[in-house]
Design a protein around this ligand. Structure first.
Ligand code: A2P
Length: 273
C-alpha cells in the first residue's frame, strides 16, 4: 500500500500520486480511473492543465468514494491576488464537480508581481471555509517561504518543486524540512528524460525493476512525495509498484552523484514575469 505522510496541519497525504499535466479531459479521466483502480489515492491537477473536468469525471467513474481520494489543484499565475485567487478556486471546484479540494497550491511565486503574500492570505481564508483542506505552494524558494511565515504566521503544508536525480534540490529540501513543509516532487522522472541515464539502467538490472521504479524509489527513500505522470495503464501501475524493494546505501550514494543542478522546467526566480 502507498504510505500516508502527516503534514504540519495534521492532515495526511499519500506519498505517491498521479500527475496529469499535458493530458486532455478524456486522457485525464482514463488515467485517473486506471490509477484509482490500481491503488492510487492522490491526483494532482491544476487550473492551467485544463483537465479538471476530466479529473472529476475520472474520480466519479472509478467507483472509489470522493472521501477516499486526495485531490490537489493549483492557482494559476494570472489568478493571483486576494479576490482573484478565491474566484479561481470556486471555478476549479465547479469544473471538478467537487465541493472541496484536499490541497490547494499557489502554482508559481512570480516574485516580479509580488502578489504571492496576498494570494496566500486568500488560501488561508479558503482553508477556513473548508474549500481547501490543506494549503501549500509550488516552486517557492526558501526566502519566499520565510516571507509567507513572517507576514501571515502560517506555513505551507507542502512545497511542490522540480526534483529528480539531475536536480536534487538538497538546500531547498532542507529548508522545507526545518519548517515542517513537505517536499513534493514534480517531474520526478525529469519528464522521462532521466530514465535513459546509464546508472539508472544498471540499478534497474540489479533490482529487476524498471528505470522509472528505481527513480521513484529513490524519492520515496528520501521521504519526498512524488506525482509521476503517465497516461499509459501499464506505466501507471508500474509506477506504484515500488514498495517491494529497497535501494541500499551504495545505490543511494551512486544516485547522489547524478546531481548536476539541471532544470528541465522553468526557473521559478523569473517564471511568469
Ligand atoms: P507516458 O504518459 O506515455 O507514460 P514526469 O512525471 O517526470 O514529468 O515524467 C512523465 C513522462 O515520463 C511522460 O512522458 C510519461 O509518458 C513518462 N513515463 C511515466 N512513467 C513511465 C515509466 N514507468 N516508464 C517510462 N516512461 C514513463
Amino acid at each position: 500500500a502507498i504510505p500516508m505522510i502527516e503534514m504540519n496541519d495534521g492532515h495526511r497525504i499519500p506519498q505517491l500520486g498521479l500527475g496529469v499535466w499535458q493530458d486532455d479531459d478524456a486522457q485525464a479521466a482514463a488515467a485517473v480511473r486506471c490509477a484509482l483502480q490500481a491503488g492510487y489515492r492522490l491526483v494532482d491537477t491544476a487550473s492551467i492543465y485544463e483537465n479538471e473536468a476530466g479529473v472529476g469525471n475520472g474520480v466519479r467513474e472509478s467507483g472509489i468514494e470522493r472521501a477516499e481520494v486526495f485531490v490537489t489543484t493549483k492557482i494559476w499565475n494570472a489568478d493571483q491576488g486576494y479576490q482573484a485567487a478565491q474566484d479561481a478556486l470556486h471555478a476549479s471546484l465547479e469544473r471538478l464537480g467537487m465541493d472541496y479540494v484536499d490541497l490547494l497550491l499557489i502554482h508559481w511565486p512570480v516574485p516580479s508581481r509580488d502578489l504571492y503574500v496576498e494570494t496566500w492570505r486568500a488560501l488561508i481564508k479558503l482553508r477556513e471555509q473548508g474549500l481547501a483542506r490543506s494549503i501549500g505552494v509550488s516552486n517557492f524558494r526558501a526566502d519566499e517561504l520565510h516571507r509567507l511565515f513572517k507576514e501571515t504566521g502560517q506555513l505551507p503544508a507542502v512545497n511542490q518543486i522540480e526534483l529528480h536525480p539531475w536536480l536534487q534540490q538538497g538546500e531547498l529540501r532542507t529548508a522545507n524540512g526545518v519548517h515542517g513543509v513537505r517536499t513534493q516532487a514534480w517531474s520526478p522522472l525529469g519528464q522521462g528524460k532521466v530514465l535513459a541515464d546509464p546508472l539508472i539502467a544498471g540499478l534497474a538490472a540489479k533490482h529487476a525493476k524498471e528505470p522509472a521504479q528505481i527513480i521513484l524509489r529513490w524519492h520515496i527513500q528520501h521521504g519526498v512525495l512524488v506525482i509521476p505522470k503517465s497516461a499509459n495503464p501499464e506505466r501507471i501501475r508500474a509506477n506504484a509498484d515500488i514498495f517491494d524493494f529497497v535501494l541500499d546505501e551504495d545505490d543511494m550514494a551512486a544516485l547522489a552523484e547524478l546531481d548536476r543542478g539541471q532544470r528541465i522546467g522553468p526557473d521559478p526566480a523569473t517564471f511568469g514575469a
